[in-house]
Design a protein around this ligand. Structure first.
Ligand code: RP5
Length: 158
């Protein structure tokens, strides 16, 4: 079995559709990953254990999507020095603004890279993770250049 390089976490099964967008991008780039439902509030012990063991298992970065008062990315960052990429999700009547502020407003010393709300954020989180891995993986760096070129071609007329 291939060792996962990226962990995708989400606060609830109800986040799976959006966080599946992160997985789809990682699959497109051929990056081995794992997905888990873990909650900063509902499974604090398991979340802490996951964060503390991730680096030792070869994980290079963590993507964390959560809605409401989203503390998953911050809770992971509290227990790990891996790069943590947060995805605020639109799950409440505040449409993700609550999650955005909860994720982005980390106190100094414990950074979280916060993406945009929802699907675009989940996609960008995976691309950002690929960019991190690509610093020491020339083949992945080349795939990123090709991905950008494909987008450019889609926009240009003719
Ligand atoms: C957050 O609460 C989760 O990340 C999810 O976005 C939201 C709603 O969770 P459920 O009530 O659907 O389990 O913790």
């Amino acid at each position: 079995m291939t060792t996962p390089k990226i962990g995708i976490l989400m606060g609830s099964k109800s986040d799976a559709d959006i966080m599946g967008e992160s997985a789809r991008i990682l699959e497109e780039f051929g990056v081995p990953h794992e997905m888990k439902v873990l909650s900063a509030h509902r499974t604090p012990q398991e979340t802490s254990e996951y964060a503390q063991s991730a680096e030792g298992r070869g994980i290079q970065a963590l993507i964390a999507g959560a809605g409401y008062a989203a503390h998953l990315a911050g809770a992971l960052a509290a227990h790990s020095t891996l790069p943590i990429i947060g995805v605020p999700l639109d799950a409440s009547s505040l449409k993700g603004l609550d999650s955005l502020l909860s994720t982005v407003q980390m106190p100094k010393g414990i950074p979280v890279a916060c993406m945009g709300i929802g699907k675009a954020g989940a996609i960008n989180a995976a691309l950002f993770a690929v960019q991190i891995l690509a610093r020491s993986d020339p083949a992945l760096a080349q795939k990123l250049k090709e991905y950008r070129e494909k987008m450019r071609q889609e926009i240009l007329p003719g």
